[in-house]
Design a binder for this molecule. Structure first.
Ligand code: F6R
Length: 261
């Protein structure tokens, strides 16, 4: 696991964007796994800037999102379809046919999940997966207790996650309790993983994921098994890491060309 601590979320997001740019430039038909939520916003802003100002080309890129709320239509403003369209897809030249997000209105969840897995395989697998982390240590919506070998399936959100995400819903709006999410096994099959975490409220989950035991109780700890997992943190999210100084030192030792990706 490579742990990169930056002063703030914007700087860390920009650095993560450079890694994605390198991925796309090396392989223009890359398959990207994408996340929603507040965390990837600085990353998406920077990718949009790279597209508009530097011509970063998404025309051959394929994407698979991690998750979607069950019961929300793609057009629903709180759906992850709508979120992705608003915050990222509509600003870059990605083809609509190349975007994959689970359908929250499916009548056959099991068939949809199997199909989602097949589509990832048919696309050649995910080259680079972007992740956030829940305050309870979830990745995707694999809540604590999720099998580390799990595949795309239905999950029930924890009260903690529901309360963390209540900020995205207006008063009186129904907040779904169920989601379709890629599994931890699905995520671990990606060739490279970028997990972003910002803010002091993520510090405990980050420390448990990076330095604690590998356990289903902290789903993100499964990333310790991945040979190419990179954690992009701001200072507050890194504050509970016991080896933070060492990670900073490792990063400082890198030659400039590697640091600047
Ligand atoms: C989102 C996802 C979740 C979020 C996590 C953090 O697609 O799968 O794991 O990454 O809940 O959410 P934020 O970034 O809003 O703190």
């Amino acid at each position: 696991m490579e742990i990169i601590v930056q002063s703030d979320a914007e700087t860390a997001g920009k650095l993560a964007a450079r890694m994605i740019r390198r991925q796309i430039e090396t392989k223009p038909d890359s398959v990207l796994g994408l996340a929603t939520g507040g965390t990837p916003l600085p990353l998406y802003r920077e990718l949009i800037r790279m597209h508009k100002e530097e011509g970063l080309d998404f025309s051959r890129v394929t994407t698979f999102n991690l998750d979607e709320y069950i019961g929300l239509a793609p057009e629903h403003p709180r759906s992850y379809h709508a979120f992705m369209h608003e915050t990222f897809f509509r600003h870059v030249n990605i083809s609509a046919d190349s975007i994959h997000i689970p359908d929250g209105l499916t009548r056959d969840v099991e068939a949809l999940c199997a199909d989602y897995e097949s589509r990832i395989l048919a696309a050649g697998g995910i080259d680079l997966q972007v992740l956030g982390i829940g305050t309870d240590g979830h990745i995707g919506f694999n809540e604590p207790g999720s099998s580390l070998a799990s595949r795309t399936r239905i999950k029930t959100l924890t009260p903690q996650t529901l309360s963390d995400n209540a900020r995205f819903f207006e008063e009186g709006e129904i907040q779904p309790h169920h989601v379709i999410t890629m599994g931890i096994g699905t995520i671990l099959d990606s060739r490279r993983i970028l997990l972003l975490a910002f803010g002091a409220n993520k510090a405990e989950a980050v420390a448990a994921a990076a330095e604690g035991p590998i356990t289903a109780s902290v789903p993100a700890s499964a990333l310790q098994l991945h040979p190419k997992a990179h954690l992009f943190l701001d200072e507050p999210a890194a504050e509970k890491l016991t080896r933070a100084d060492y990670y900073r030192w490792v990063y400082d030792q890198k030659p400039g060309w590697q640091k600047n990706i």
